[in-house]
Design a protein around this ligand. Sequence first.
Ligand SMILES: N[C@@H](CCC(=O)N[C@@H](CS)C(=O)NCC(=O)O)C(=O)O
Length: 307
Amino acid sequence: MADIILHHYAASPFAEKVRIALGLKQAAWKSVDIPNVMPKPELMPLTGGYRKTPVMQIGADIYCDTQLIMLELDRRLPTPSLLPKGHEGEARAIAMWVDRNIFSPAVGVVMSQIPIEGRFGETFKKDRSEFSGRNFDPERLRAALPMMRDQTYALLSVAGTMLSDGRKFLLGAEPCLADCALYNPVWFIQSQLGETAAPLDRLPGIVAWSQRMKALGGGRRTDIKAGEALDIAKAAEPGTTAVDASDPSGLEAGQKISVTPDDTGRVPVEGVLVGLAPDRVSIRRSDPRAGEVVVHFPRAGFVVLPL
Ligand SMILES: N[C@@H](CCC(=O)N[C@@H](CS)C(=O)NCC(=O)O)C(=O)O
């Protein structure tokens, strides 16, 4: 198999979800540091416009969104598995619940307490306004802190009840996809505000669990330059994919389509449909710098339109 390349930046909590999974699997991987705001001129040739962090590259195959990145990692490196036997659906459902429900208030808890002006400045505010589709206003964020902390507390308490029978991880004795997903917002609060910052001060079970997660490490990482990753894509051939002819969408192989996230960073990526399955949609595109690549997206949370 070609090397796993993760395009990410250190402070990204969604990237931490993948890095901790690479730790769980003790995987060797290559790291490309990307900007935390647009423009991302060395990432766009690979993704065709998708701008979120992280992105995983394996040769000329580009995987967008951690929902799919984690499944693909597990397919390529099956042991130890991210999907506990007999509970694959539960692990995936909990991960989606965390991503869509806990991430946002946890980010609110952090962003309302760190000095945005000093640390990020106007470029960051403008970028995140475009990214989210609403004005990124530090004053409004600060005012919302009590509500964001309450929401984070209530939601993390639900996760805490999963651990209340003494199990070490959310779905049993071993860490899985659900744990990696929950580690994303918990790690973000801890890394920015402290190990037991509120509301974690009232959630000792979650803090103890986070220490077990942290011990998984980050795998075996080698840093490479973005240009090297582009050369790797150009020299590689994308893997084979198949279009499910009975898919309810009625889409057909070879059709030109666009794929767009339905929440933030809503930039459409256009290409030719080459792969369609319940968990993914894959399009082939060509770029002067990256060559022929196939970009893969999850189905849930993405709008797929024929062009
Ligand atoms: N649903 C996406 C969410 C990714 C996401 O929102 N990532 C944040 C960083 S943690 C992001 O893209 N921020 C803007 C940026 O990095 O340009 C996933 O699971 O990968």
